[in-house]
Design a binder for this molecule. Sequence first.
Ligand SMILES: [Fe+2]
Length: 560
Amino acid sequence: MSRDEPRDLDLQLVAGEWPSGLTGEMVISAPHPRTFGGPHPFFGEGVVHRLSLQPGTHGAAPGTFAWRHALIDSPSARLRAARPDVFDATVVGVQSPYGLLNAANTAPLPWGDRLFCTWDVGRPVEVDPLSLRFLGDVGHRDQWNVFEFAPQPLLPMVTSTAHPVIDPDRDVMWTVNTLLGQLEVVRWDGEGPVERWPVEGGVVPQSVHTITQTRDRLIIGDCAFKVEPQVIFGGERSEPTNHDAPLYLIRKDVIEATPPGTPVPADVFRIAPEINHYYAVYDDSDGVRVLFEHTENADLAMVQGENDLDLLGRPCDPALRGLYGLPMSPDRTSIVGFDPDTGKVEHYAEQVDAERLWTRQLNAMDWSTEGMSHPTLHHTVHQGWRPEGATQKMLALYAERVDRGAWPGEETAPLVVSSRRDDLSVTATWELALDDFPTSPIFVPRGVGDDPARSRHAGTDPGGHDGWIVVPIGNDAGFRVEVFDAAAVGRGPVATLSGGGVTLPLVLHAAWMPRAVAAPEHPRLRFADELGRVGELPDDLADVARQVADDLDQGAPLPA
Ligand SMILES: [Fe+2]
């Protein structure tokens, strides 16, 4: 698997015709690939890519498409660039005398014309959608519960989620903050302090990767990323991820009627098998209905190492060293209804296809308020059956949970798939080449802004079927970007952009924004306001921190 350093490119249209109504910007989060060989590929500093969907914009030559990138020049990245010698990549992130590097590499989160980048063990950071430069962390460190297992005078470890949500009715960000398994919900108005409420009985045995919302409720599940204490100190995993997990439903009006810091009640359900990404229908007038993308018998916390054997007993490919554990069971997606009044759980739909649907990566959906309220199609990319992507060590841990009889006889092709949001029936599939590596897709609505009565991210016919699916596809011969008609993915791409032979490093989530303009003015946290404990550092490291704070205040670029 070849991985070039991130770079700016002008992508060329090499097949099909570019749809005239396809507009806006695709933003993609990724860890910088230089850390891929380290303990975990998810720990590299955040890079943002932005693909402009109108040719000849953002500096691209006429007829070409601007693929731009930046290493987020956060305090973390700047401190590491200045003193790489004091940063140490460990199995629990990149540690330093300053604290834990906030990688902010997992998911882009647009909020109007603002753009945030997130990850699970750090505060969201805001970047400028136009320049992709760092603007500020969300909330002063003193407003968060910090897991300071070692001194973190300047870079706090904040256990949060890579998938906060923006509440379209309240215009706030909802997220979480867990500390030693205690769950708290967090609300941020975009300017002021973050506010936290402990959840009564809210225990998170593993971690929270996703939260989702309806109009009235937040839904927060324990996700299948397990960190056992001995692993922090270099030991081996002794247990698989938990097969089932608690799911908390919390009323937003109760949160808002409760002073911050005071516990709020939750309705508790259990969900199985393992979950990672999940999405509620925003309109909850007919009850709470959630689509779960289960990660059954996958293990994102375990990686391939030297001398590992793959699922078929072959030596692992050194090029895949550091890759997280891909699934040993077929993809399972379900739609489950929850009635908080009666405690009743209803399974509406389940999708499993052991012949075709393996190794689901990420999804594309219509994130407009209208689309989230009445979703029609859910689009996913699947890598296919990849026995080289998991190890005998993993298999031994999961043992009887894995049905080896379900394994296909040979590798299966990666797929782009559309499924109905009501019954999960597959409406379309498109098969890619065996050596393709489809990454995070986005949905782009058609006719954005045509109807002034709709929210600004909505097209003329919201839900996920009227628009396009844009999928970057990695390949050792060079990456490409394919565009599908969202209503007819099975007809294949309508347009293909080429990266000219450049290969794509691991990228994580992507999102769509209607436009990229300079971030609007808001009061923002300055790193200079977080230097209160700089005196705990040796003088040379303290001087570097003060310099970084000055550089950020003056807008100095990150040294190359
Ligand atoms: Fe995610």
